[in-house]
Ligand binder design. Structure first.
Ligand code: F6P
Length: 328
């Protein structure tokens, strides 16, 4: 491979996601494999600005493939959004002798990388790491599969208590502005209704659907709601509204929150992270930059960061139909 890269930095940025450690391990070991140096940057772009670096070798990433969170820590840096902040980061990278970096994060992290690349012609590659699966150019982001499994496991538990008490549960899941987690976990956990931002069914249809399910003999139900849904009511207001229409139903709300970001990564996320780390390093060594590594139809593909940020990841509408049929 032809290039001038002798030292690569790796950082995790934005919200953490299971599989980030596996991706760090893959980047570090790929560097070792190609006999180039690797440094870890602590606390994302903020650590880059402050020169919080640590030399890493193949042995420094032992026993982390199975760990949730990120050993490098993560942060959302306001300072890196400023020209002055990015200049400080550039000086730190130069002082450390870093020639390129790999950032593991979401679209906010990629925007920072793209601007930095424009300003300093500095080689950068992105690895999509977020439980939201909201990045264009990849079928899967790191952490999404693990988060889905976590949500399904928790809803299974909620189902036990829901059916014991004949209750209706509203379960709010993460996903920011998209409904991937809600839709897939909703189908996987057998939810009665799934509310996602991409397909606003409206409160009336929800009432109608719950009425039908009650009539058909169901005594308990689970409704999965994406945090970004567009009904115009938050999950507690929705629950209250539904309770007014169904006084015979006891309604409870469960907001799953940050537990969805934790835990040991699934095998799928570990394999994906390993593949993405190798591809990221090899892409830099081929002299390419400003790209995101993704997986489409099980093939490793590259997408310009600009497109990855601006493009829309689409939900699988077929799942809405499947869900409707399953809840007959
Ligand atoms: O992007 C990941 C995510 O967990 C979203 O699903 C959620 O909306 C957001 O981050 C929460 O952010 P924070 O950890 O800053 O509260």
């Amino acid at each position: 491979m032809k290039n001038n890269i002798k030292k690569i930095a790796v950082l995790t940025s934005g919200g953490d996601a299971p599989g980030m450690n596996a991706a760090i391990r893959s980047v570090v070991r790929s560097c070792a494999f190609y006999k180039i140096e690797c440094v870890g940057v602590y606390r994302g772009y903020q650590g880059m600005i402050e020169g919080d670096f640590k030399q890493m070798d193949a042995r420094s990433v032992g026993n982390i493939i199975n760990k949730g969170g990120t050993i490098l820590k993560s942060a959302r840096s306001d300072e890196f959004r400023t020209k002055e902040g990015r200049l400080k980061a550039f000086h730190q990278l130069k002082m450390e002798g870093v020639d390129a970096f790999v950032v593991i994060g979401g679209d906010g992290s990629f925007t920072g990388a793209m601007i930095f690349n424009e300003e300093y012609d500095f080689p950068v590659i992105g690895i999509p790491g977020t439980i939201d699966n909201d990045i264009y150019g990849t079928n899967y982001t790191l952490g999404y599969d693990t988060a889905l499994n976590t949500v399904v496991e928790v809803i299974d538990k909620i189902r036990d208590t829901a059916s014991s008490h004949n209750r209706l549960f509203f379960v709010e899941v993460m996903g920011r502005d998209v409904g991937h987690i809600a839709l897939n976990a909703g189908v996987g956990a057998g939810a009665e209704e799934i509310l996602i931002p991409e397909e606003n069914i409206g409160v009336d249809r929800l009432i109608e659907s719950l009425r039908k399910s009650k009539k058909s003999g169901k005594s308990s139900s689970i409704v999965v709601i994406a945090e970004g849904d567009k009904t115009g009511k938050n999950v507690f207001e929705l629950a209250e509204y539904v309770e007014e229409h169904f006084p015979f139903y006891e309604v409870r709300v469960s907001v799953l929150g940050h537990m969805q970001r934790g835990g040991s990564p699934s095998c799928f996320d570990r394999v994906l992270a390993s593949r993405m780390g190798v591809k990221a390093v090899e892409t830099l060594l081929e002299g390419k930059s400003n790209l995101m590594v993704g997986v489409t139809d099980n093939k490793m593909l590259l997408t310009e960061l600009d497109k990855a940020i601006k493009g829309k990841s689409k939900i699988n509408k077929e799942l809405l139909r499947v869900s409707d049929i399953m809840t007959i």
